[in-house]
Design a protein around this ligand. Structure first.
Ligand code: HEM
Ligand code: HEM
Length: 180
């Protein structure tokens, strides 16, 4: 027996929850790094997790392009399909754009960008006075806060599907289709 709804495949589901968790941790670390800096090297961890998100997201985007999303169940209005699709593609842009922006503006700092205390990332050839550095720094901060708000909408929509509309949309991303 299936639940009559097509599900995302195991690779897409694993990447969704892994990247999702890392992004949430990184938003919290980004906002709190200054307060935490005497407790542990929060910004180095932030940069390492961000670089991991970049690599996983490039793979995820390639996977998504070669493995289209399963069609949504019938009965979901057109405006809601369009809103979900737009938000999902915006999330892909953020998953790649946020760490890239972080990497570029941090390249202008004196300290190395050390990944999990194992190796240093190569730096972009930029200095603190380049306009692009200031712009990407500001963009990183604004996009980080905006992403938190968009994430609440995304989570709210998933919970509404599960508990109000009861249409198995959360299951598509949560587990394999039963029996299918
Ligand atoms: C930072 C955290 C998260 C990010 C970046 C994220 C990103 C995404 C993206 C890009 C998609 C579209 C997948 C595709 O079609 O390729 C998606 C789908 C989905 N996400 Fe998230 N997500 C996050 C957290 C969550 C959380 C916490 C929940 C649940 C409470 C959730 C539930 C879902 C569901 C149910 C879908 C499938 C929607 C459908 O059936 O089309 N996500 N997510
Ligand atoms: C998914 C990836 C990432 C997310 C979601 C993210 C998010 C954030 C957020 C929310 C802030 C706090 C903004 C504020 O209120 O000041 C922040 C700050 C920061 N991020 Fe990221 N970031 C990511 C990746 C990176 C990467 C890859 C680097 C560098 C290699 C980086 C470097 C920094 C630095 C240096 C700050 C501190 C800026 C300051 O205090 O002025 N981030 N990040």
């Amino acid at each position: 027996m299936t639940d009559g709804v097509l599900h995302y495949n195991a690779v897409a589901r694993t990447l969704h929850w892994t990247i999702g968790l890392l992004v949430i941790v990184n938003i919290v670390l980004g906002i709190t790094h200054d307060a935490l800096k005497d407790v542990f090297p929060a910004i180095q961890l932030h940069e390492s997790i961000g670089a991991t998100v970049l690599v996983l997201s490039l793979f995820r985007l390639a996977w998504r392009i070669t493995h289209p999303a399963p069609p949504l169940p019938d009965g979901i209005p057109a405006w809601r399909r369009t809103a979900a699709k737009s938000l999902h593609w915006l999330f892909y842009a953020l998953m790649i754009g946020m760490p890239l922006a972080g990497w570029i503006f941090t390249s202008a700092a004196k300290w190395p960008i050390t990944i999990f205390w194992l190796f240093d990332l190569p730096k972009f050839a930029v200095t603190k006075t380049d306009p692009i550095v200031g712009f990407l720094h500001q963009a990183h901060v604004v996009a980080g806060w905006s992403w938190s708000g968009l994430l609440l909408i995304h989570i709210g929509a998933a919970l509404q599907h599960q508990f109000v509309l009861r249409d198995h949309v959360l299951n598509r991303m949560w587990r394999a289709a039963p029996g299918g």
